[in-house]
Design a protein around this ligand. Structure first.
Ligand code: DWN
Length: 400
């Protein structure tokens, strides 16, 4: 059970994924004994239709000391943010507008404003990614975006035309605090634009691996509408995105400043019809996850009985949930190949599967590769055609 800071309501867990380490807690052998765990329980706040991870441990913030995820690891995501920057510039910004990105990571998005009149700045808590961004000419504040630190941004008080965030709003436990900070910075005609993995897509794909200590909320139009209504903001538009297996971009403005696009109602109706706005959807999801776990485990075990070799492809944060929920260790998946220097040479959180450099994947001869970055399948299948040609097969709990 956990208390929601928006409605003060006590939320019960409708399902648990069991004992879980930090999703990005890739570690050295020497640190195995120090590894910390929590129970990955999930609940649904019916008052605001909010799907959430309960009891996220305080120690989850420690991962930002040396965050192992860099946005620029995906060529597709670099392109996505370039397009997004252009769309924001054309639709919401004026000459010399201020733009702030929350959770700007390595600066992939903000970099697109480098040679323009727009004053674009990033905010990110991880010193290692911030240092990378700064080297790329991206002005970045190395702070957590919260009311304790907001005075550091006082020169943007009520004068920021766009506050943008991608895959960040769902990371911050105290949503009220974020909204207060947005209110502090946003101009009277400003927009808060953010995109997040979509609850409806998670249900459809049975991609329960979107849930972990960093992904505390799985949003929908229904939840976003209800949350922002409480704080004098409103949801004025909503757009589907194909990123991360199905995301949604939400556009928020101060109340009564803009017309509300028809899309918003369309989404709300769709969510009511498909049990995305109520607890019914959660109960089906629970069943689906349990079946998915059984199916993939049986499949892996059958392959191992036939002496097939299996490796993992991409040590994603999501892989931590799959491996720990399904109890898959290196007796089943021998190693995971990845492109991130911060992960290579370490072991996967909880199940301790070794992480090897991606360049060695090409030289390897595995029969199967478990695609943990299923959300980047187009990009990955494009560059790994040889694996299939050699007779290799892809494996995943999500339909690929
Ligand atoms: O919200 C979040 C998102 C956006 O990114 C974070 N909480 C953490 C992270 O989640 P993830 O690790 O599941 O993200 P990705 O983008 O699905 O996977 C990134 C990982 O995959 C990196 O370790 C790099 C690796 N990768 C690779 O080895 N080869 C990725 C691609 C595209 C590749 O071709």
């Amino acid at each position: 059970m956990s208390k929601c800071n928006i409605t003060k309501k006590k939320i019960d867990a409708f399902m648990t994924f069991g004992k879980m380490p930090l999703a990005n807690g890739f570690l050295k052998k020497i640190d195995f004994k120090k590894e910390k765990f929590y129970n990955l329980d999930v609940g649904f706040n019916e008052k605001i239709s909010l799907f959430q991870v309960l009891g996220v441990p305080k120690f989850s913030n420690t991962v930002y000391k040396n965050y192992p995820f860099f946005t620029n690891k995906s060529v597709y995501m670099i392109r996505h943010f370039k397009k997004c920057a252009k769309w924001i510039k054309n639709n919401f910004l004026d000459f010399k507008s201020n733009l702030i990105e929350i959770g700007s990571n390595d600066g992939t998005m903000i970099k697109n404003f480098n040679n323009s009149s727009i004053n674009a700045i990033g905010v990110d808590p991880a010193p290692n990614v911030v240092s990378f961004a700064r080297k790329n000419g991206v002005k970045t504040y190395n702070i957590f975006f919260n009311s304790k630190n907001i005075y550091k941004l006082k020169k943007y008080y009520k004068s920021t035309k766009v506050i943008y965030a991608a895959n960040v709003f769902c990371h911050i436990k105290d949503l009220i605090d974020v909204i207060k900070c947005v209110d502090y910075l946003l101009s009277s005609d400003g927009y808060f634009i953010f995109e997040e993995p979509y609850l409806g897509s998670m249900y459809k794909n049975i991609s329960y691996d979107q849930l972990y200590d960093e992904h505390i909320y799985m949003f929908s139009a229904s939840s976003i509408l209800r949350i922002f209504q409480l704080y004098d903001f409103e949801l004025i538009d909503i757009q589907s995105q194909i990123t991360h297996g199905g995301s949604v971009r939400y556009i928020i403005s101060r109340k009564n400043k803009n017309l509300i696009k028809k899309n918003v109602n369309k989404f709300l109706k769709y969510e009511d019809l498909n049990n995305i706005s109520n607890i019914e959807g959660c109960l089906k999801f629970k069943n689906d996850c349990e079946m998915s776990r059984e199916l993939i485990l049986n499949k892996i075990k059958k392959l191992k009985k036939k002496n097939k070799s299996i490796c993992g492809y991409a040590a994603t944060a999501k892989s931590t949930t799959v491996l720990n929920y399904c109890g898959v260790g290196n007796e089943l998946i021998e190693c995971i190949y990845d492109t991130s220097e911060e992960k290579i040479g370490k072991y996967s959180p909880g199940m301790h599967i070794p992480i090897l450099p991606m360049k060695d994947f090409k030289k390897s001869n595995f029969d199967y590769a478990y695609l943990f970055a299923w959300n980047h399948k187009k990009e990955i299948f494009g560059k790994e055609k040889k694996f299939k040609k050699k007779g290799g097969k892809w494996l995943c709990h999500v339909k690929i």
